[in-house]
Design a protein around this ligand. Structure first.
Ligand code: NAD
Length: 236
């Protein structure tokens, strides 16, 4: 049974991923920032193990990863976004998005590595976004952070490949979760129409891609970005 750590596990893509790995027979630990109620609900329902932890908090990350012990798989999913023209984005907001989406991912990878290096085996899957590939208007911090995730994924794949550790990313398109709850129905419908597969994504679509990248079936796959976007962005 593999030990798997998933960040941002209480809802959306993270919760679907927790579910997918539990169904696949793994022992799943998940990190969450705020909602004790959602975390306990998921833990009770699935038997996954919750840890309250802000991924941008270096000391807490070290504490939690050492409590969990060695893990074979790390899914860096936790992320936040903000929407608005650049002149309305404060430096504080920009920094917080980079802290959670990029530094948090770096800290979790660093904390998971000692166990993986000892075993000379492991898989890390980072959740980027199609906006990290092509940029999204009025999402300067989010797009920059998700592009950084792609750079980090490729650099780590190069660095850790010789140690038997694979590092890949998924780049989801528009997935119906709380992250898009402030987007109007009209805009969502427009996005659906622009998608070649003519539907919006579900959290489970992304969870399946993450599951594959972490599996033995992907044992020769590293440094890649798997688009899960219905064809919204092809290439880029
Ligand atoms: P969501 O807002 O429903 O879930 C985000 C999760 O991250 C939550 O569980 C939240 O508690 C957790 N989180 C946020 N800040 C955290 C922190 N500091 N420490 C620990 N956990 C924290 O959103 P989602 O759509 O499920 O997003 C999951 C990931 O997928 C994010 O990285 C997001 O950028 C990415 N993504 C989402 C979409 C989309 O359309 N929904 C598209 C592309 C990429």
């Amino acid at each position: 049974m593999r030990t798997v750590i998933i960040t941002g596990g209480t809802r959306g893509i993270g919760a679907a991923t927790v579910r997918r790995f539990v169904e696949g027979g793994d022992r799943v630990h998940f990190l969450y920032e705020k909602s004790d109620e959602l975390a306990l609900q998921l833990a009770r329902e699935l038997g996954a193990i919750p840890h309250k932890c802000d991924v941008a908090d270096e000391n807490r990350i070290k504490e939690v990863f050492s409590e969990i012990g060695p893990a074979e798989v790390l899914v860096n999913n936790a992320g936040i976004c903000d929407y608005g023209p650049i002149n309305y984005v404060s430096a504080e907001t920009f920094r917080r998005i980079m802290d959670v989406n990029v530094t948090g991912m770096f800290l979790c990878a660093q904390a998971a590595l000692p166990g993986m290096l000892r075993e000379q085996k492991g898989a890390i899957v980072n959740v980027s976004s199609m906006w990290g590939r092509v940029g999204s208007s009025c999402e300067v911090a989010y797009s920059a952070s998700k592009a950084a995730v792609l750079g980090m994924t490729k650099a780590l794949a190069m660095e850790l490949g010789p140690s038997g550790i694979r590092v890949n990313a998924v780049a989801p398109g528009v997935i119906v979760t709380d992250m898009v709850k402030n987007v109007s129905d009209e805009v969502l419908e427009g996005l659906r129409q622009e998608t070649p597969l003519e539907r919006l994504g579900k959290p489970g679509d992304v969870a399946e891609a993450i599951w594959y990248l972490a599996s033995e079936q992907a044992s020769f796959v590293t440094g890649t970005v798997l688009d899960v976007n219905g064809g919204f962005v092809i290439g880029g």
